[in-house]
Ligand binder design. Structure first.
Ligand SMILES: CC(C)(COP(=O)(O)OP(=O)(O)OC[C@H]1O[C@@H](n2cnc3c(N)ncnc32)[C@H](O)[C@@H]1OP(=O)(O)O)[C@@H](O)C(=O)NCCC(=O)NCCS
Length: 367
């Protein structure tokens, strides 16, 4: 049975940075309160033209470049997002088109901030069963488009960004060793966007009531998060037959420094064992774990053979954890700058659209 190795990783965040001081000019808050209650100093906010698909595609190109494979080598694209571009088509399909990944099936996965762990686990399963060999897993969010910028309880927490992993089959032992996934829909109302789906379609009433924004019961989410982080971490380690002392790094969902601190105390681990970068990005939901992984690698906190736990929680409620034996880039057969593929992908998409118009014209003439 092949092992599922993470062979490429990449991230992309919008250029625009919003500091706590910037926020204090639009809502009744201040830098001191935000730092003390969340650990966040600033976040990146998407500008016009930056979307979940554009950020996701940029992160994906970086991950493909690192793995040294072409978009056309991909069999599958899984995009985890809670801020898709549309209800349908899937954001994964928009990214597939931007990449020119002509051989890949593509679908979205919705498990909020835990989504990247769920998606990685699905990718690993597809590789183990032999149904796919090269998979792109993306976590991408433009939460700023769904935040009520007059609600100080929520708008201080979130940011935009994307991260991506390439997961590939290899006979060498290692990679994704085990994962746990949990859900509890009875807590769904604690963190939600109430309207815009089939239960409450968009109407003047839903818009005026602010039901298309993120609604959150911060205290309940906090209590839930501190409870499940330790439990999920231990579960994934046990499933992978790892002793807790063997874990070299924990890469948690970057929601709140106090939540990570509580998890560290629960696990009796020093805080240094946790990758933390939420001060720069805020909570980027499903993108936070891959972004933190990329930065952990850049900061030389990851080396081949390290036993790493990814752990997250979020709306749903959902929570989960994944044990990853870090592979490092496996020797790739060829060096490719995936970015070079961008103009080709754009041309491919353009030609497909022209071809469709031409086919439509021909079929009208035939009927
Ligand atoms: C949201 C969160 C930071 C609030 O922190 P908290 O310590 O629980 O703060 P509280 O809600 O108890 O509010 C304490 C006080 O600060 C005030 N306050 C709330 N937000 C504020 C802000 N942005 N600036 C200044 N004051 C604020 C409250 O009004 C309250 O004032 P009061 O005591 O006079 O009523 C915290 O609950 C949290 O992080 N929850 C988890 C959220 C999360 O991670 N969500 C995403 C999950 S994926």
């Amino acid at each position: 049975m092949p092992y599922a190795h993470v062979t490429g990783w990449g991230m992309s965040v919008p250029h625009k940075v919003m500091t706590n001081d910037d926020l204090s000019k639009i809502v009744d808050t201040n830098d001191k309160w935000i730092r003390e209650h969340s650990g966040i100093h600033e976040r990146h906010i998407a500008s016009e033209g930056e979307t979940s698909a554009s950020l996701g595609a940029a992160a994906a190109f970086n991950a493909l470049g690192m793995a040294g494979i072409l978009p056309t080598d991909l069999d599958l694209i899984i995009c985890s997002t809670s801020t898709p571009e549309h209800i349908f088509p899937a954001t994964a399909c928009l990214i597939q088109d931007k990449l020119g990944a002509s051989n890949a099936g593509a679908f979205d996965l919705s498990a909020a901030c835990t989504g990247f762990i769920f998606a990685l686990n699905m990718a690993a399963q597809s590789i183990r069963t032999g149904s796919a060999k090269s998979i792109l897993v993306i976590g991408t969010e433009t939460l700023s488009r769904f935040v009520d910028w007059t609600d100080r309880n929520t708008c201080i927490l979130f940011g935009d960004g994307a991260g991506a992993f390439v997961v590939q089959a290899n006979e060498k032992p290692g990679g994704i060793m085990g994962a746990v996934m949990h859900s509890d829909g009875s807590g769904g109302e604690f963190l939600s966007i109430p309207a815009g789906g089939s239960a409450q379609p968009a109407s003047e009433v839903t818009v005026n009531a602010g039901l298309h924004f993120i609604h959150m019961n911060g205290r309940e989410v906090f209590r839930f998060a501190t409870r499940v982080m330790v439990q999920a971490t231990l579960e994934a380690a046990k499933k992978s037959h790892w002793e807790t002392e063997e874990i070299s790094l924990i890469i948690p969902h970057q929601a709140n420094l106090r939540i990570i601190d509580a998890a560290a105390r629960g696990l009796k681990f020093p805080l240094e064992k946790f990758m933390i970068n939420l001060e720069k990005y805020g909570n980027t939901s499903t993108a936070s774990i891959p972004i933190a992984t990329v930065e952990a690698f850049n900061q030389k906190k990851l080396k081949a053979g390290d036993k790493v736990i990814l752990v997250g929680f979020g709306a749903g409620l959902t929570w989960g954890s994944l044990a990853l034996e870090w592979s490092g880039p496996l020797p790739s057969t060829h060096y490719i700058k995936a970015d070079w593929f961008k103009p080709w992908a754009r041309l491919r998409s353009f030609l497909l659209r022209i071809l469709r118009i031409f086919e439509g014209f021909l079929s009208r003439n035939e009927s």
